[in-house]
Design a protein around this ligand. Structure first.
Ligand SMILES: [Zn+2]
Length: 158
């Protein structure tokens, strides 16, 4: 059996009055993340970790941020496509671990819903998806509420 790990890291700017999509769901907040897609930073790092583990480049390689086809796209569609890409190569997910770095709002109450949503999109057990949240103690761009960052690692097998 082949076992591989992958890492994902991503950042999006936060601005006033935008919808805030995170982990496939809409988070209630005065600010939201901006990007070419719906700017769901958690989904993006999971996509990148999966592609990295399978040695299949990164999310920007497959879904260009200059392609109008992906403008404002629901990142859940990108995640489904990534599952197809790695599935076609015979890879199955072992587990996913992730961390969202965000000063406000508190993310913990949303985590069960995010896990449920992502498990459904990826067709895996909620038990195999870990989502953690941290502030950066008011330091840096996350602490100053200028942006949101996330990390993910995954293990895949075939
Ligand atoms: Zn992104």
């Amino acid at each position: 059996m082949k076992i591989r790990t992958g890492l994902g890291y991503d950042v999006h700017q936060l601005v006033d009055g935008k919808d805030f999509w995170l982990g496939g769901i809409k988070v209630e907040h005065s600010k939201g993340a901006v990007g070419h897609s719906d700017a769901d930073v958690l989904i993006h790092v999971i996509c990148d970790a999966l592609l990295g583990a399978a040695n299949m480049r990164d999310i920007g390689y497959h879904f260009s941020d200059t392609d109008p086809a992906f403008k404002g796209i629901d990142s859940k569609i990108l995640l489904k496509d990534v599952m197809k890409l790695i599935g076609n190569e015979g890879w199955k997910i072992g587990n996913i671990d992730s961390t969202i770095c965000l000063q406000r709002p508190k993310i913990n109450p949303y985590i069960p819903e995010m896990k449920k949503c992502l498990a459904q999109v990826m067709g895996i057990d909620e038990e195999d998806i870990s989502i953690k949240a941290t502030t950066t103690e008011k330091l840096g761009f996350v602490g100053k509420e200028e942006g949101v960052a996330a990390f993910a690692t995954v293990l895949i097998t075939k």
